[in-house]
Design a protein around this ligand. Structure first.
Ligand code: SF4
Ligand code: FES
Length: 268
């Protein structure tokens, strides 16, 4: 009985539960393959499992049945790395606000539910396999200007560079972005403006970011456009679905940074 090992594994980790679920999971062998949904039944799911632990159990079951496990991205499993990106019932990171997929627990669903799971859908995030997408476009946007150039050496004294509390708080809030791409996935235009604006803001607000401030805004926006992300039409879905609740104010700040950069570069 191939299912028995899965059920004993669940008992062994103290997570035996009584939920039965139907899963419709997107399977796609590579970026050029057509892909499609496959249906799975999963029993004895505990409400205390995380969504990714539930997928671990599904994959054990598939392996024991001689089938290929579902590929999905994950690393930290505690809301930090941004890797666990997937649509769950049509929403990036699932039904709750302010959480990543790895922080979502099965108690958010009901016994007998059907759950539909898909990869991010955006031209700039091609599917690598199943639920894993290529988010290198974000890395290229960061490489274009999302850094400060400093000479390395000993860390400065913490009080050597005073920063106003309000600026520090706003920079910290923007720096909470984990680069998951949910903002792009949620946007009908596949716009990356929330992500890019968070990265521009966290540096524009701090003294360390001033030296490259203008060039940073110009280069990151240019790279964002080159990657094929869409324009912002102010629907706000990005911020509503962002697991770190990054504010739309960052997009307004990015637009000001960009316009200021364009004025100063045309004045030179
Ligand atoms: S802004 Fe939010 S949704 Fe977009 S990449 Fe950052 S954390 Fe993810
Ligand atoms: S696995 Fe790192 S945020 Fe979910």
């Amino acid at each position: 009985m191939p299912r028995l090992k899965v059920e004993s594994d669940i008992k062994n980790i103290g997570m035996e539960g009584n939920m039965s679920l139907s899963l419709k999971v997107w399977r796609q062998s590579n970026k050029d393959a057509a892909g499609g949904f496959e249906n799975y039944k999963l029993d004895h799911v505990s409400p205390d499992m995380s969504f990714l632990e539930m997928f671990d159990v599904l994959n054990e079951q598939l392996i024991e049945e001689g089938k290929e496990p579902v590929s999905f991205d994950h690393d930290c499993r505690e809301g930090i790395c941004g890797a666990c990106s997937m649509y769950i019932n049509g929403r990036p990171h699932g039904p709750l606000r302010g959480v990543t997929t790895c922080q979502l627990h099965m108690r958010s669903f009901k016994d007998g539910d059907t759950i539909v799971v898909e990869p991010w859908r955006a031209q700039a995030f091609p599917v690598i396999k199943d639920l894993v997408v290529d988010r290198d476009a974000f890395d290229r946007v960061i490489s274009a200007g999302g850094f400060v150039s400093v000479n390395t050496g000993n860390a400065q004294d913490a009080n050597a560079l005073p920063i106003a509390k309000e600026a520090a708080d706003d920079a910290f809030a923007a720096a909470a972005c984990i680069g998951c791409g949910a903002c792009v996935a949620a946007c009908k235009n596949a716009s990356a403006m929330l992500f890019v604006s968070a990265k521009i803001s966290q540096l524009a607000l701090l003294p360390q970011g001033q030296a490259e401030r203008s060039i940073r805004a110009e280069k990151m926006v240019a790279q964002m456009d080159a990657e094929g992300f869409g324009a912002c039409t102010n629907t706000g879905a990005c911020s509503a679905e962002c697991p770190k609740e990054i504010s739309l104010e960052n997009i307004a700040r990015m637009n000001r940074e960009y316009i200021g950069a364009k004025f100063s570069s045309s004045a030179v």
